[in-house]
Design a protein around this ligand. Structure first.
Ligand code: SF4
Length: 416
């Protein structure tokens, strides 16, 4: 949206400068993100009481009435409509009476295409993101995404390749393939393709040097894909897999379609195939009805897995999902304590993994915008490295050697 606005002649200013027009692109993954979005609308009006506020994104998609009711909102548009943002801005909806609000949110479950915007830059980032897929049909019991993003649908591979080529020409050293459910990529295309097939095409038909995969559902991380990553010099050995719980009863209540045995076999296979890969899991603590024993099962299960990091989320009730009405909601302090224990476990596993690379040479993409004198880089296997170097290295791919673990990251020196 920012790039299309700038191309149309709009000037982007810092939020607290009090812009004439504010676009709030909302998230609705929890009630807390809804509240943050409403707060942003209020703050925008405090910085400039006459500004026009446009609200879009997932919260606008699932609850446009709540946003319509907020003072100062001129336009509420859904996730499909936001692709035509410029048309809405040029229309009369924003010119009319300050107090009126125009709402247009179509049924997202009917959407059947992914339209890739012609992006060429990601301000302040050294990695570029390409959304290859959108939507989800899994309807896990805690998740609002299928209602906010619609059915699973894939971008056309030719469009993806064009976007990758454009980003490479803009100088990006790493491309991240993202989506809601990228493991399901291609099933809906007229000429069906798999994620593995897409990755092969990008590798063979572009000059991509580093390609990273976003989160992949465990049931979709195939042997074929694992072997492709192992054989590739381009695809980063980094898997982000949502586990959510290490107890079969909790997994069943969540509507997840695998067992802990299946998951353990998958992670062990990934580790055998790619001994130095980063394997990071998502976990939710305090899902409704999660007993002390069920949580201990999750803890013990993860403790045994050869993983390198965890993203831990205390369960947060999301109105509109089946889990929000389940009995035995777990108190927030219990969910947070359980999350804390898992974060400690993750920190220890991550430290051991990182330290095993001390003395080896790793390739990193240097992050843009780091402080002069101390740079940060991300390795192919998702290690965070800090090293001294000139700020002009930002955005480049260089070799570094880790020398010590300190302040939760690997300290390193530049090799070339
Ligand atoms: S698979 Fe992921 S996006 Fe889809 S419903 Fe489940 S948690 Fe949500």
């Amino acid at each position: 949206m920012q790039e299309s606005l700038q191309n149309a002649g709009y000037q982007v200013v810092p939020f607290d400068d009090g812009a004439d027009l504010v676009i709030v692109n909302t998230c609705t993954v929890t009630s807390a993100t809804d509240a943050q979005s409403r707060n942003l609308v209020r703050r925008a009006r405090r910085f400039n009481s006459t500004c026009r506020v446009v609200v879009t994104g997932c919260y606008a998609q699932v609850d446009p009435d709540a946003l319509h009711a907020l003072p100062g909102v001129s336009l509420v548009i859904g996730n499909e409509e936001k692709q035509r943002l410029l048309d809405y801005l040029k229309s009369d909806h924003l010119k009319s009476d300050q107090d009126s609000t125009y709402v247009e949110v179509s049924d997202i479950r009917q959407a059947d295409t992914v339209c890739l915007s012609p992006l060429t830059s990601f301000s302040g980032r050294s990695r570029a993101f390409v959304q290859i897929q959108n939507g989800c049909d899994a309807f896990c019991s805690y998740c609002i995404i299928p209602y906010a993003r619609g059915a699973s649908r894939s971008a056309h591979p030719d469009e993806i390749l064009l976007q990758v080529v454009g980003l490479l020409e803009s100088g990006y050293q790493e491309i991240v393939l993202t989506g809601i459910h990228i493991g399901g990529y291609g099933a809906d295309l007229q000429s069906p393709l798999t994620l593995n097939g897409l990755v092969q095409r990008i590798e063979q038909e572009t000059a991509a040097h580093r390609l990273r995969l976003g989160s992949i559902e465990p049931t979709e991380l195939t042997d074929e894909l694992l072997e492709s990553v192992a054989a590739s010099q381009v695809i980063c050995p980094h898997f982000h897999i949502p586990l959510q719980a290490g107890d079969d009863g909790v997994l069943q209540r969540m509507g997840r379609t695998y067992t802990v045995d299946f998951f353990a076999r998958l992670v062990n296979k990934a580790r055998e195939t790619l001994p130095s890969a980063a394997i990071c899991l998502d976990v939710i603590t305090g899902f409704p009805g999660e007993t002390d024993q069920e949580f201990e099962n999750t803890y013990d299960f993860i403790a045994e897995l050869p993983i390198t990091d965890l993203h831990v989320f205390p369960y947060s009730k999301r109105p509109g999902t089946p889990a929000a009405t389940l009995p035995d909601q777990v108190p927030g302090n219990v969910s947070r304590e359980r999350a804390e224990r898992l974060r400690h476990l993750a920190a220890e596993k991550h430290r051991l993994f990182a330290e095993s690379f001390i003395g080896q040479v790793l390739e990193v993409v240097v992050e843009a915008g780091t402080k002069a004198g101390l740079l940060k880089g991300i390795s192919r296997n998702y290690l965070d490295l800090r090293f001294s170097g000139d700020a002009s290295l930002a955005g480049q791919c260089i070799k570094v050697k880790p020398i010590a673990w300190q302040d939760n990251s690997l300290q390193a020196e530049v090799v070339s």
